[in-house]
Design a protein around this ligand. Sequence first.
Ligand code: FES
Length: 153
Amino acid sequence: FEQQPLRVEVNGVAQQLSVEPRVTLLDLLREQLSLTGTKKGCDHGQCGACTVHVDGQRVNSCLTLALTTEGSKVTTIEGLGSVDKLHPMQEAFIKHDGFQCGYCTPGQIMSAVACINEGHANSPDEVREYMSGNICRCGAYANIVEAIMEVKS
Ligand code: FES
């Protein structure tokens, strides 16, 4: 397929790229921009490991064609905090043991931040509902909910 131009801002950096129409945002991030914090779990919208924000809204990047992000601002886990200064949600995940193997964690944290920003963290039940698309095979769910409720408070 012929490559097409794509202008998109990723973690505050303006990018001018050439992308094939079939390429997903997930593959663009991981393979073209070497932002491997965003994980590929199922690659078909069922696990949430690939969650990023596009213009502040959470999306499954495996279900998003890269070219549809033209002119948008994309934020990945690499853009949320820094090694020197973690995002409060990253701090809370550490404090509450919100992970074990860590594979789902970038997606969990991007969803967790969106959960609060979109106003869906008013109760543990509401958080569980919002976070239900992010699968954790280690079963850290209870601690993830605790982390989100702490950041919300
Ligand atoms: Fe996108 Fe599983 S990799 S939802």
